[in-house]
Design a protein around this ligand. Structure first.
Ligand SMILES: O=C(O)CCC(=O)C(=O)O
Length: 308
């Protein structure tokens, strides 16, 4: 049930908390995708040169944003990339997660030529973020069709709440439940900054053009989505899989297990998801399976000097 202003629904927000991303297939119309690819062709040398610490000239009429400016100041008309970022459907997704005018962190053009054997190792971009539940988003915009196995990004759903060292991940070659994105042109994937991912080879005959932008919140990330359905779905702290489980609730949605979360492994992530849901709802008593409340209640009984 997308809202009129395209903001996300509560089940979609819960899915973001569980998976660390949401994808919207074919969201951007073909004519705009074609213009965006042409713009990326012009920008790629600029981005690569800057990465190499050069100061290249910007293409005429396409001023590139500076870190720290509001998104509304980025990629002004006639930029096709700006037009994508200003589509009501894209703005609704962004506004739901980081507010209506988030801060621009950086962006990049990720081009994989046809036949490229280049493979990135699995990594996270945000290895020096703090441990609080606040988050940035990264928008992956696939401007060209990506056929199965032809250069789509490899992602591991549900890994975004693990605190890892980026290079420590590089050794993992296969993880149960990982996906390699294939999608129609115009697909937008919005990810939590902690999602594990890697660029892949493109043995196909088509170029793969993807634009990625990182955005940070400028307002508290509390109830920014369409919360019309929240009251009916929000569970209280008595939610416990071995005792009390409401028929339909956010808790049920958050409890979904990924294939790599075996045995009791999922409990670490469930606790992190509950903390993130507290952050998103402003409800400091929210819980799933009682993990947070149990410890907090015990802690409140401890002598002052022993409290965590
Ligand atoms: O090219 C890709 O598919 C992913 C690239 C990327 O996200 C990165 O380098 O951090």
């Amino acid at each position: 049930m997308p809202a009129d202003d395209h903001r996300l629904t509560t089940p979609e927000m819960a899915r973001f908390v569980v998976d660390g991303f949401l994808r919207f297939d074919g969201l951007v119309p073909d004519a705009l995708n074609a213009r965006a690819v042409e713009e990326m062709r012009l920008l790629l040398p600029v981005k690569l040169a800057r990465f190499g610490r050069e100061v290249p000239e910007e293409p005429e009429g396409l001023p590139q944003p500076v870190t720290g400016v509001p998104l509304s100041a980025c990629h002004p008309p006639p930029s096709a990339i700006g037009e994508v970022l200003r589509l009501p459907a894209v703005r609704g997704v962004i506004a739901s997660l980081v507010g209506p005018d988030p801060v621009y962190d950086h962006d990049f053009v990720h081009f994989v030529p046809a036949g490229s054997p280049h493979r990135q190792h699995l990594h996270v971009d945000a290895i020096v973020d703090s441990a609080d539940p606040g988050f940035d988003v990264q928008l992956f915009y696939f401007a060209t069709e990506v056929r199965p196995g032809e250069g789509g990004t490899r992602i591991v759903p549900g890994t975004h709440l693990r605190r890892v060292r980026a290079e420590g991940l590089g050794r993992y070659q296969r993880i149960r439940g990982e996906q390699q994105i294939s999608c129609p042109a115009g697909t937008v994937l919005v990810a939590h900054h902690g999602l594990w991912h890697a660029g892949q080879p493109n043995p196909g005959a088509r170029e793969r053009w993807m634009y990625k932008i990182r955005l940070g919140p400028t307002v508290p990330q509390v109830r920014l989505w369409n919360t019309a359905d929240l009251e009916a779905l929000q569970n209280d702290a008595s939610d416990h899989v071995f005792a009390t489980v409401p028929a339909e609730s956010v808790g049920r949605m958050l409890r979904r297990r990924h294939p790599w979360q075996r045995g009791h492994e999922e409990r670490y992530d469930l606790r992190q998801r509950a903390l993130l849901w507290r952050h998103l709802t402003g409800d400091a008593t929210y819980d799933v399976d009682y993990y947070l409340t149990r410890v907090e209640r015990r802690d409140a009984l401890a002598p002052a000097g022993e409290r965590a």
